[in-house]
Design a protein around this ligand. Sequence first.
Ligand code: ADP
Length: 499
Amino acid sequence: MSQPMLTADTDPHRLARTLGGRNLVGGELRPSHTGRTFAVFNPATGREIGQAAHSDAGDVDDAVAVAFRAQPAWAATAARKRGALVAECARLLASHVEELGRLVALETGKALRTESRVEASVVADALQFYGGLGSELKGETVPFNPDMLTLTQREPIGVVGVIIPWNAPMMLMALKIAPALVAGNTVVVKSAEEAPLAVLRVCQILNQLLPPGVLNIVSGFGPDCGAPLVAHPQVGKVTFTGSVETGRIVARTAGEKLIPVTLELGGKSPMIVMDDADLEQAVAGAVSGMRFTRQGQSCTAASRIFVHRAIHDEFVTRLKARVDAMKMGDPLDEATDIGTIISRGQLDKVLGYIESGRAIPGAQAHECSRLPDGEALRDGLFVRPVIFTGLDNASRLAREEIFGPVTCVIAFDRYEDAIRMANDSDYGLAATFWTRDLKTALDATRRLNAGFVQVNQNIVVQPGLSYGGVKQSGLGREASLEAMLDHFTHKKTVIFNMN
Ligand code: ADP
């Protein structure tokens, strides 16, 4: 293994300043062809921390051309060797966890201890997982005709366009680039405008080991930079995580081009708590499932919690007490549990939902925790977590994805009602069910209409487990071996006629 050229630097401010303003194409950091940049802000202070390249269709053309040229040699590298390189990347990244955790905390406002450092470790874990799967890119022999040898082989698609959001940018990028690369594709990533720095740093680190041009990243805005990437004639596959609205636009363009697309979109994930559930376990599951430590900015956030009426009040009291005990503050402070919302626009949207919820007759907004004190964080985008009670499943707050620290606890009387309400949603990403009765749990797992269903726990996406949604939550699966095979290769059938 070659020695890393970069020295470890865990000061995120310095890193943000020195990295900024460039794309990484062909193994080199380069400015956008116009030289334009845009500012990146620390949402905890409102201050600028650095710049990112403001890329347009010309930069996308350059990056795709480089990836296209690099692809044949990468595809011709033995699959296990590609995997071994990706696994080596995982080991290299593991030595940068602290630095990456701090950088992503600085640009996204996600608390270092509870979220950002964890995300940095998961990135290395995802690369490690896929690094071991090179030899799984197998084909089959088919008993088609005794006089013919018939077989299938897995081939890479070519250049993959990867479009990512800001909420877990490094992790979501890793779950896309790792299987794409191991399968023999080359990649152009378009980062999210709110969080372009940590992902650029990840790609810079990986480019110490990967051949130039295999992994490229450009920063810019959706219509200027994301749209040309999807539309580019040499991009043969797009994998996207983001909003339903943008997912539709991406799918439309991919449909015009007739290329495959993977879409991980929104969620309004239900959590059902039966009256026989272990209450303490379920309350802890609601805290982690709602991702209060990520300000609720998660597609799988347990944003609709259906609780049996017999335990509803006790559940709400305990949930509120737990969230009250969480500390809001500077994301880089080790004592902080809850950081900030990503941007002013998102903050206004979340506050708008809270206001509209308060105006609903019978609704109660239980505000939790405390805003941080101090001059330094005065302009920070902090929102106190809110638990709504007294809303029903038809309300806007229970139907639309808020992407903020707002959950609705809704009482139910009968199991059938809980299942019906849980499935009465435009989304179908994740669901959890809490009970001590395994027979009911089994029935619920069959009936809950979601891609990722858990009983008595609420963990996040894990390398090795297929992850993805039904209905408006998206198309396709990620994170697993099948995801690599189904979404980053095509199957070629080959027949040898022996006659
Ligand atoms: P969010 O509301 O979470 O920012 P978006 O779906 O708007 O979600 O953004 C997710 C990613 O999609 C970002 O990288 C964004 O720049 C990109 N994006 C936005 N609009 C487009 C578009 N028209 N085509 C391709 N990518 C886009």
